[in-house]
Design a protein around this ligand. Structure first.
Ligand code: NAP
Length: 497
């Protein structure tokens, strides 16, 4: 089968601006779709001139509002405009599955233009999608297309199964939105004739990525049926830096892998997808770190103590679970407390959520004396009892007790994270200057608590080092390589080419 093409959807309102867009992205794309419904009325008069001005194949589309387009005229007006605009220089014409004009379509075919017969569903993945594509494919020379909106992990699985059932048919299948993103990145792996991308994220179709991201970050054109698939599951997930880290690592090693964000609502459903795509490894983030455990066949011994798994590897006998947060958390501490950490550190852990469990486990493994302070007392108590620690509330009395556990203060709550950067969960605490203050948050790099600690002479560590260290350990589990950007800061990883 032919390699999947990357199609830039042109949504500017003039032909000239669309040409500028093509020039800007020409190194990444193979084909463009002129969404003529985005043009001004005046520009619509000149549609037929467009393909001759462009050095790549052009799809002409004049989408009506019912199918997510912007064309406001009547159906007769739309038909007339299409008839007036179609010229030989167009390569494809996208017509909706209910559009029928035998004479016009015969003329289009005579011009050597291929018709894409499409249907759209913004409400989910229709139950009869496979049959509808098969029916459309029966029409001689037509390229069938379905653009649908998976709204859950179950929908994504159903859509992927549809791909599998239609491997022998040339077709375009696009999963829109965040749940659908994997289908757009894996277009070649799954066997879609093309995949779409656009400059503006949600203008052309919800969730579209821009061409640079598709090619440079995800290696769109390099993905084929032998590519090993990895990813991160969470909800929400699109903010994650992990695709940047792992895909850069794959690229540097010339490893034939791709790492994709999967929005997941139901872990059980997602594991069906993991099997279908033969996913080799996964990072797991909020809120699924606990829920994945029951789907593991084997696991590192610390998983049952931490009760959280952030890394999954596919092995011959099923899925193996690890928690690299512990390693990631401890790594930067070794610069301050030695390796192994010196005994009898007195530490305060702010928070008692998933990340705190890995932190407390790591500290207790090194015999640190730990005080846990949390907004919800019950959770502080439960975590403290599991690891034999002191506990208290995140209130005046609790904060007063920090001075007895102040070699190290670890902030593990989400307080102070973007966009609430003014917040400090222990605002009343007075730093003495000897404390090492470690905030797991990496965005912003300097949280209020770290800023205050720094101003009082303390040493500070932010979440960036932990993020990279835990990702580096994952990368090693995924690929066997210890390549891990040892000298890089997050900035370099995010911004180097
Ligand atoms: P989680 O399981 O949802 O736990 C959240 C914690 O924050 C709980 O202790 C919660 O207290 C507390 N909290 C939330 N809102 C609060 C508020 N307004 N006031 C006081 N406490 C509040 O989340 P998690 O997985 O532990 O993650 C927590 C943070 O760690 C996030 O910012 C995450 O990005 C960061 N993290 C960083 C890394 C890294 O590599 N750097 C790794 C993992 C996590 P209650 O129990 O009272 O709700």
């Amino acid at each position: 089968m032919k390699k999947s093409l990357l199609c830039l959807v042109l949504t500017e309102n003039t032909l000239e601006r669309n040409i500028e867009l093509i020039q800007h992205y020409q190194n990444y794309i193979d084909i463009v779709e002129l969404r003529a419904d985005f043009l001004t009325d005046r520009e619509m008069q000149y549609i037929k001139r467009f393909p001759a001005l462009v050095d790549m194949p052009v799809i002409l589309t004049l989408r009506r509002q019912a199918d997510g387009g912007k064309f406001q005229g009547s159906e007769a007006e739309r038909r007339n405009l299409l008839k007036k605009s179609i010229v030989k220089a167009f390569s494809y014409l996208d017509l909706e599955s209910d559009f029928r004009d035998t004479e016009f379509e015969a003329d289009v075919k005579r011009l050597g233009i291929r018709i894409i017969r499409s249907f759209h569903d913004f409400n989910g993945v229709p139950g009869n999608i496979t049959k509808r594509i098969k029916d459309m494919a029966r029409e001689q020379g037509v390229l069938p297309k379905a653009a649908v909106m998976p709204k859950s992990s179950k929908d994504l699985f159903r859509l992927l199964r549809c791909f599998k059932k239609l491997t022998h048919i040339e077709k375009i299948i696009v999963g829109m939105g965040e749940y659908g993103l994997p289908t757009r990145i894996l277009s070649n792996y799954l066997g879609s004739f093309l995949s779409y991308c656009s400059k503006n994220k949600n203008l052309a179709a919800p969730g579209n990525k821009n061409p640079e991201e598709m090619v440079k970050l995800y290696g769109f054109h390099k993905i084929d049926s032998t590519t090993k698939i990895y990813g991160i599951i969470g909800n929400p997930i699109m903010h994650s830096f992990s695709p940047l880290i792992h895909n850069k690592g794959f690229k540097a090693l010339e490893y034939n892998g791709v790492y994709i964000p999967f929005l997941v609502d139901k872990v059980k459903q997602f594991f069906k997808t993991a099997k279908l795509l033969n996913i080799r490894g996964l990072s797991v983030t909020i809120p699924h770190k606990q829920a994945v455990i029951r789907f593991l066949s084997t696991q590192h011994t610390h998983i049952s103590k931490i009760k959280a798994c952030n890394t999954i590897i596919r092995k011959a006998d099923g899925y193996y679970g690890e928690n690299t947060d512990v390693y990631g958390f401890l790594k930067p501490l070794k610069n301050y407390f030695g390796d192994p950490l010196k005994q009898n550190i007195k530490a305060t852990v702010i928070g008692a959520g998933g990340a705190a469990r890995a932190v407390v486990y790591g500290l207790r493994e090194h015999n640190a004396h730990v005080l846990i302070l949390n907004r919800t007392l019950k959770k502080a108590r439960q975590l403290a009892q599991a690891f034999n620690c002191e506990w208290g509330g995140l209130d005046k009395d609790g904060i007063k007790r920090i001075r007895n556990y102040s070699d190290l203060i670890v902030q593990t709550t989400s307080v102070g994270m973007e966009p609430h950067v003014e917040k400090n969960p222990i605002a009343s605490y007075r730093f003495k200057g000897h404390e090492i203050v470690y905030d797991l948050i990496y965005n912003p790099p300097l949280t209020k608590i770290l800023e205050k600690a720094l101003n009082n002479g303390c040493k500070v560590i932010n979440g960036e080092e932990m993020l990279l260290a835990q990702a580096g350990a994952q990368f090693q589990l995924f690929t066997g390589s210890n390549y891990f950007f040892p000298q890089s800061s997050m900035y370099d990883i995010l911004h180097s080419g």
